[in-house]
Write a protein that binds this ligand. Structure first.
Ligand code: AMO
Length: 429
């Protein structure tokens, strides 16, 4: 007999069925046992008077065959009257590390992460990754529709891209190498290589020394780079288009998952573009909060988002024109004020989820800027050399996949949006 999935059994008028899944709950009332069986599509009640059922334990995997019966009193309105229940996978535990059939797991996040193989079993937990998959899929579909080509770039590299010291070193056959912080150089090179428009979804590595709710040592970066732009406004238009495409798509493909997390998405997103200096001014004037030079701190991002929500009804804001001293050496200066750059961050519900901007595309200018940053152009020769052959004006951005997932679902910690998070304290599972 062919396997049916729980959702099909609930929705379709089948008669004899065979289902497989995990024992979600067991209730014995007199001689009758009610077993809730869970598979990847849902939970269904199984009714049996088989006495051996009393030996069933939570989270065993089982196969059930029986008759589909409509019963208003059953949790899903349908139940299975079993002919046979067969154990497929035994359990080996004295006590489960936490209860997983109560909707929410009550254990700490650390304990849940220690037991990732079962902490993701509740449907609500798996919904996070169903939505994350859709975020990624929407990114690909949206960009491919606009003529972008997907690329894959090396994660073992020879030099820093984003500056700073947040690099993991790797012993590469006796030579010192690094794990890529970003595909930055390579995505720019692929614009120049004739693809014009490229994107990548891949891991990025940051040796973050601080353990926060928003930093991972290894995260998924959704990167875009686009040639022949007229200004960095084109990039913000592109990202705004993606967010709208994503929300439309999620509403139709993941309604159930969004509901599990109590999230409703706005119909249309229009994202204000506000110079950083203006945002800093508002924070000082309205909240008496001084910002660090050239940016907002985490609390400032949160306060400013709350202000934008209250005053303009938006969860999103682009902060633009960051000072050149706070952006990497490849960032294009602002023609009106060379102390500033044509760059932006996208803040979503109080957290930066994107950085982007126009890049310097002129060889001489890039070389001079590398020197201005106190760096040696020779260390970047493979990158710099690619600017000798008619590099067009270009720019791009990167979205942190886990950060976007976390904010979209109002999760409290970025680790909830990573299958197997890596941070300063965690290298397992
Ligand atoms: P940036 O360093 O700002 O820019 O990173 C881009 C986006 O990546 C995410 N992100 C992180 N997510 C989780 N944990 C971390 N430790 C972490 N660090 C960064 C954030 C952030 O907005 N090359 C540029 C992008 C570009 O200009 O195209 C870059 O890497 O969501």
């Amino acid at each position: 007999m062919k396997r049916s999935y729980v959702a099909d059994v609930i929705e379709n008028n089948l008669q004899k069925v065979l289902v497989r899944g995990w024992v979600h709950r067991v209730n014995c009332v007199g001689k009758v046992a009610f077993v809730h069986l869970r598979d990847r599509t849902g939970v269904i009640q199984v009714v049996t008077d088989d006495v051996t059922i009393r030996d069933l334990r939570l989270e065993m995997s089982v196969e059930v065959t029986g008759d589909r019966v409509v019963n208003e009193k059953a949790p899903s309105g349908v139940e299975i009257h079993a002919d046979s229940v067969r154990v497929l996978g035994k359990v080996y535990y004295d006590m489960l590390p936490f209860e997983i059939n109560k909707g929410r797991i009550r254990a700490s996040l650390e304990t849940q992460l220690d037991h990732r193989a079962i902490s993701l079993r509740p449907a609500r937990m798996r919904a996070i990754f169903r939505i994350q998959q859709e975020i990624e899929e929407a990114f690909r579909t949206y960009l491919k529709g606009l003529g972008f080509t997907q690329i894959h770039t090396p994660k073992i590299i020879s030099s820093a891209t984003e500056g700073g010291s947040e690099m993991f070193t790797v012993d590469f056959f006796g030579k010192r190498a690094f794990l890529a912080q970003s595909p930055q150089f390579y995505k720019q090179m692929m614009v120049g290589a004739g693809f014009e428009r490229v994107f990548e979804v891949g891991h990025a590595y940051r040796a973050e020394l601080h353990n926060t709710w928003r930093h991972l040592s290894e995260y998924v970066s959704m990167d875009v780079e686009m040639g022949f732009i007229e200004s960095y406004e084109d990039l913000m238009d592109l990202e705004e288009g993606y967010i709208n495409y994503l929300f439309d798509r999620l509403r139709s493909t993941c309604a159930k998952e969004l509901e599990m997390h109590g999230v409703s998405l706005p119909d249309k997103v229009e994202i204000p573009r506000i110079p950083l200096a203006e945002a800093q001014g508002i924070l000082l004037e309205k909240f008496g909060r001084r910002s660090p030079r050239g940016g907002l701190d985490a609390e400032g991002e949160k306060l400013f988002s709350e202000y934008m929500k209250k005053e303009h009804g938006t969860d999103f804001v682009f902060l633009i024109k960051y000072p050149a001293s706070k952006r990497p050496m490849y960032t294009m200066p602002d023609p009106e004020d060379p102390e500033l750059t044509q760059s932006f961050d996208l803040i979503y519900k109080g957290l930066e989820i994107t950085t982007g901007g126009q890049r310097i595309h002129d060889y001489d200018m890039l070389k001079a800027n590398i020197e201005k940053f106190g760096l040696n152009p020779e260390s970047f020769s493979f990158y710099l050399d690619s600017f000798r052959y008619g590099m067009p004006p270009h720019g791009g951005f990167a979205i942190g996949l886990e950060r976007l997932t976390m904010k979209l679902l109002d999760l409290e910690n970025i680790r909830e949006a990573a299958f197997f998070p890596r941070d300063i304290k965690r290298l397992e599972p």
